[in-house]
Design a protein around this ligand. Structure first.
Ligand SMILES: NC(=O)c1ccc[n+]([C@@H]2O[C@H](COP(=O)([O-])OP(=O)(O)OC[C@H]3O[C@@H](n4cnc5c(N)ncnc54)[C@H](O)[C@@H]3O)[C@@H](O)[C@H]2O)c1
Length: 325
């Protein structure tokens, strides 16, 4: 790169647009500000006063945080964004499944996505049901598949690692384990490849006198899969952990990190799965979902993943979202 180009790259502000300034969007915007990754953060919401209030409140932290410009804007501001994060929509109500929300939020997306995807940036979907809406955003935007990501099972993977870290008394950063497939009821824990510093969990158990029987596994997976229901019962919605996860995805994009994250993206024949968005460990960089990794899953895990894909496909079909990309 020439010096002039390098200088101009250094001075290009890293703008992140956030559509939906509710609990998830505003918590994400605040967490992003604290991270210092973005120099411009724009909040957009159908309720403009809410976006203004959040932008004011977040801006007042600026004397204590890395520098940035934070404002309540409109869709024209997305054109200059490196990445637009969509968190707008109705939140999951107690007793409501993520897929109950599909129709409501797909309608909202048909208003938002065309307006939010006019620039050269990426789209990152967090609104639930995230896999179905990532697929909807892909269709409604007409963008190349790698430019449209969903937060997918990044949160479920984090919950899984946290619970395993408690079980094994090892820091969560040192647990390598993934939840794949749907962000929701059909998601799949990849027990066969889970490891601590390269030690498979069974080997860790033998070496360190820890037990991990079928009952423990069932409990850890149920607590992972059903975490949102338990939190929603207690406090109405979940937003801190997803906000932190969204910042990790945005970091991988803005810093061109090629980090492996379990984001949702369009499947293109991996394990025979086509034309549906779901999560597998994926190399994420400035291109977005750069490369999906094919894991050596057991036959049972592959069958569970195909079942998850079929479940999502049936929801996509029920919404009448036809393949046209
Ligand atoms: N992907 C994940 O892991 C994950 C985790 C938690 C929550 N979520 C999802 O995130 C979404 C947001 O949750 P929340 O708690 O922030 O909800 P919220 O109700 O607090 O915020 C939603 C915001 O969207 C706005 N909105 C609604 N329709 C709009 C439109 N047409 N245009 C622009 N803005 C619009 C609302 O005004 C509101 O401010 C939900 O779908 C929730 O299920 C996803």
């Amino acid at each position: 790169m020439h010096i002039a180009e390098a200088n101009s790259a250094m001075h290009t502000p890293a703008r992140v647009a956030v559509v939906g300034a509710g609990n998830v969007g505003s918590t994400f915007a605040y967490t992003l500000l604290l991270s210092g990754l973005a120099s411009e953060i724009v909040l957009i919401d159908a309720n403009h006063a809410r976006a203004e209030g959040e932008a004011m409140d977040i801006s007042h932290a600026l004397p204590f945080t890395p520098s940035a410009r934070v404002w309540a804007g409109d869709y024209a501001d997305c054109a200059e964004a490196a990445i637009t994060v969509i968190t707008a929509g109705a939140a999951q109500k107690p007793g409501e499944t993520r897929l109950d929300l599909a129709k409501k939020n797909a309608d909202i997306f048909s208003q938002i996505v065309p307006a939010a995807s006019a620039g050269n940036g990426l789209l990152l979907v967090a609104t639930n049901p995230v896999d179905v809406l990532t697929y909807a955003a892909l269709q409604q935007s007409g963008l190349a598949p790698h430019r449209v990501l969903g937060s997918g099972t990044i949160l479920d993977t984090a919950r899984f690692r946290y619970l395993l870290s408690r079980h094994f008394d090892v820091d969560a950063h040192s647990i390598h384990a993934y939840i794949i497939g749907e962000h929701g009821d059909s998601e799949v824990p990849v027990w066969s490849l889970a490891n601590i510093a390269g030690l498979r969990l069974n080997d860790f158990c033998v070496a360190h006198g820890v037990s991990l029987d079928q009952e423990h596994k069932a409990e850890i997976f149920a607590a992972t899969r059903d975490a949102a229901y338990h939190i929603i019962e207690r406090k109405g919605s979940t937003y801190y952990a997803v906000a932190a996860g969204l910042v990790q995805i945005v970091k991988a994009v803005l810093r061109d990190e090629s980090t492996v994250l379990s984001v949702s993206s369009l499947m293109n024949g991996i394990y025979g799965i086509h034309d549906v968005c779901l999560s597998l460990p994926t190399v994420v960089n400035r291109n977005g979902a750069h490369r999906v990794l094919e894991l050596q899953l057991t036959d049972e895990e592959q069958a569970q993943l195909r079942h998850s894909a079929a479940t999502l496909k049936s929801h996509i079909a029920a919404l009448g979202l036809a393949a046209n990309h």
